[in-house]
Write a protein that binds this ligand. Sequence first.
Ligand SMILES: Nc1ncnc2c1ncn2[C@@H]1O[C@H](COP(=O)(O)OP(=O)(O)OP(=O)(O)O)[C@@H](O)[C@H]1O
Length: 250
Amino acid sequence: MGRLFVTVGVRDILDVLLVAALIYQGYLLVNGTRAVNVVRGVLIFAAIWLLSSVLNLSALSYLLGRAGTVGLFALVVVFQPELRGALERVGRPRSRDAGRGSAALLDLSRAAERMAERKTGALIAIERLTPLGEYARSGVALDARISAPFLEALFARNAPLHDGGLIVQGDRVVAAACLFPLQASDGTYRRYGTRHRAALGLSELTDAVVVVVSEERGSIRVALQGRLGPELTVSELRDRLRELVYEETL
Ligand SMILES: Nc1ncnc2c1ncn2[C@@H]1O[C@H](COP(=O)(O)OP(=O)(O)OP(=O)(O)O)[C@@H](O)[C@H]1O
C-alpha cells in the first residue's frame, strides 16, 4: 500500500487531470450535435467487443475487430465537417471573438425586434459547434459584419435575398437566402408553416441556434435541438442567445 503512494507522483496526477480535461472537452464538442448518438453507438459497440474478448468468443471478437477498423475510417469521412470545425476552433482566438460576437448578438436581437414589430419574416441560424457550410452553400455567399440595419435590409420584403435563411458565424453573416432542411411533420408543430419547420429541421440536424421571426404573428422564437421555444421579447432573446452561443460553447 505504502509503495503505491510512493509511485504516484505529481506527473501522474497531472497526466490524469489532462486526460480528464481532454475527455470533458470531447464531451462538450459532441454534446448537442448529431455526433452524440454516434458516440453512444460506438461505446455500445466497444462494450460488446470487449465482452466478446473477455468471454473468448473468438469469431465474434474477430468480426467486431474488423468492423471496428473499417468503421473508424467511415466515421472520419462522415464527420469530416465536425472534425475540421473542431480543429479550427482550437486555433481560433476566443476573447476577441466573444466580445465582438456578443455585440453582434445585440444587433441581431434589435433587428429581430424591429422585424417582429413590422411583421417582416426572418430566419437566422447561428453556428455553434457543427459547421453549417453545407447549408451556406445552398444560398448566396456573403462576408459581412452583422449590424441591425443590414439584417433588416436583407429581410425587407422584395429585397433580393429575403427568401430563405441567413447563416451567422461569430460576428459575420456568411450566407443569405439559404435552404434549410424541413422538419418532417409529426403533428407537434402543425400550426406552423415552412419557415418555422425549416428552423426546426436545421436545429434538429445540427446544434445551431435558429431565430425565427414570424411574418404572420409578429413573434420571435428560438429553435433548438428540434424544438421551438416560447415567444421572446428583445431582452429575453439577447440573454438567451448569449447563454446559448457564448456560454454553452466556450
Ligand atoms: N426550407 C427552407 N429554408 C429556408 N427558408 C425557408 C424554407 N422554406 C420556407 N422558407 C421561408 O419561409 C417563407 C414561407 O414561410 P411560411 O409563411 O410558409 O412559414 P411560417 O412558418 O408560417 O412563417 P410566418 O409565420 O413567417 O408566416 C418562405 O418565403 C421562405 O423565405
